[in-house]
Design a protein around this ligand. Structure first.
Ligand code: PLP
Ligand code: COI
Length: 341
C-alpha cells in the first residue's frame, strides 16, 4: 500500500516523478543487462538519431491496484509486440517480449507506492520508450539504442472520465499518410498531431477527429485513440492503413463478440455517423470515452450521437466488462492480465 499522501482522486493525466525507471542499452549488436535507475534525465549525444531523424518509439500501458489488494497489468505482451512492429517500421532493433515484460514488472514493483488506491479513478501509467542514441549525420539508423520504462500515476485523459465529449473534424492537417508511419507508435506522428489538437482545444472541443488523408472521406482516428461506433447490435471500427492498431480496440472487439454483438472492421464514411446509435474513442489513456457529437465545421455538419449527453448502454456494458477484467473482478478468459506476485 502507499505511504504517499496524494490527492489520488484528482490526479491529472501528467508526469510525476517516481522512485525508479528501468533501462537497457543496445550496443555492439546486443541488448545489455537490465538496470534500475533513479535519475530522471539521460545523457545523450547531440547527433543521436532520435533527436534528428525521429528514431523514437514509445508505448503506453497501465497497472491497477485492485480490490483484492493485488496489482494487475493489462496485455503487456501485446505492447511488446506492437513495439517490435514499430521497430521493424523505423529500423530499430527489436526488444524481445520476455525482456520487455520483465522490465515492466520490475519498474512497477519498484514504484509500488505510486500505484493509486483502488477506486480512486487513477491508475499507474507505464511508458516504455526506445530511442536511437548513436550519432549519425547522414540519414541512417543508429548503431546504439536505449530502452527506458518509466511510470507515473495518472487520472483520466479526458475531463470527467467516462462522460460523453464533443470532437471536431480537422480537415487541414493530416496526422499520418496512407503508407506512412500511422500504424507505428513513433513520436513523429504525435508531433504531426500537435497543431490539430491545439486547434480543437482552442475551438472548445475535447479532441481532434481525423479522416483518412487521401480521400478525406472515411473515419480514421479520434486524436490519440481509436474510434468505434455501434448500430444494429454491431460494433464497427475503421480498417485503415494510417491508424494505430489499438490494443484497447482489439480487446473491445473481442468483448463485443463475447457479448453477442457482430463486429465489423471496415471503412466508415463520415456520413455514416448519422446512423450510429453510440460511438466512442478507445485507448489506454482514454479507456472508453463516449462521443457526444462530432462537428465537421467546414461541411457545416454536426453529428450528434449521444443526444442526452450520456454514454450509451452498449458502451457502458463494454466499459464495465473491460474495467472488470483489468481489476480482476471479471474472469480473465482471454488471458490478458498479469497478476504481480
Ligand atoms: N491511436 C493512437 C494514435 C494512440 O496514440 C493510441 C494510444 O496508445 C491509441 C490509438 C490507442 O491504443 P491502445 O489501446 O493500444 O492504447
Ligand atoms: C495511450 O493511450 O497510451 C496514449 O499513448 C495516448 C497518449 C497519451 C499519447
Amino acid at each position: 500500500m502507499s505511504d504517499l499522501n496524494l490527492d489520488w482522486a484528482n490526479l491529472k493525466f501528467g508526469y510525476m516523478k517516481t522512485d525508479y525507471n528501468v533501462r537497457c542499452y543496445y550496443r555492439n549488436g546486443a541488448w545489455g543487462e537490465i538496470e534500475m535507475c533513479s535519475e530522471e534525465t539521460i545523457n545523450l549525444h547531440m547527433a543521436a538519431t532520435c533527436l534528428h531523424y525521429g528514431q523514437e518509439a514509445f508505448e503506453g500501458l497501465k497497472a491497477y491496484r485492485c480490490k483484492d489488494g493485488k496489482i494487475r497489468i493489462f496485455r503487456m505482451e501485446a505492447n511488446a509486440e506492437r513495439m517490435q512492429s514499430t521497430c521493424r517500421g523505423i529500423l530499430m532493433p527489436e526488444l524481445p517480449t520476455e525482456k520487455f515484460c520483465e522490465m515492466v514488472k520490475r519498474v512497477v514493483k519498484a514504484n509500488e507506492r505510486f500505484l493509486p488506491p483502488y477506486e480512486s479513478g487513477a491508475s499507474l501509467y507505464i511508458r516504455p520508450l526506445l530511442i536511437g542514441t548513436g550519432a549519425q549525420v547522414g540519414v541512417h539508423p543508429a548503431n546504439e539504442y536505449l530502452f527506458i520504462i518509466f511510470v507515473t500515476p495518472v487520472g483520466p485523459y479526458f475531463k470527467g472520465g467516462f462522460a460523453a465529449n464533443p470532437y471536431v473534424v480537422i480537415r487541414e492537417y493530416d496526422r499520418s499518410a496512407p503508407l506512412g508511419t500511422g500504424i507505428y507508435k513513433v513520436g513523429g506522428n504525435y508531433a504531426a498531431s500537435l497543431l490539430a489538437n491545439k486547434k480543437a482545444h482552442d475551438l472548445g472541443y475535447s479532441c481532434e477527429f481525423y479522416l483518412d488523408a487521401k480521400e478525406k472521406k472515411y473515419i480514421d482516428e479520434a486524436g490519440a485513440a481509436n474510434f468505434f461506433g455501434i448500430k444494429n447490435n454491431t460494433y464497427i471500427t475503421p480498417k485503415s492503413s494510417s491508424i494505430l492498431p489499438s490494443i484497447t480496440n482489439r480487446s473491445l472487439m473481442q468483448l463485443a463478440e463475447d457479448l453477442g454483438l457482430k463486429v465489423e472492421r471496415r471503412q466508415i464514411p463520415i456520413e455514416e455517423l448519422e446512423t450510429m446509435e453510440e460511438a466512442g474513442a478507445c485507448g489506454t489513456a482514454a479507456v472508453i470515452s463516449p462521443i457526444e457529437r462530432i462537428d465537421d465545421l467546414e461541411m457545416n455538419k454536426s453529428y450528434v450521437i449521444a443526444k442526452d449527453g450520456k454514454p450509451g448502454p452498449i458502451s457502458k456494458k463494454l466499459y464495465e466488462k473491460l474495467r472488470g477484467i483489468q481489476y480482476g473482478e471479471e474472469p480473465d478468459v482471454h488471458n490478458w492480465v498479469t497478476v504481480m506476485d
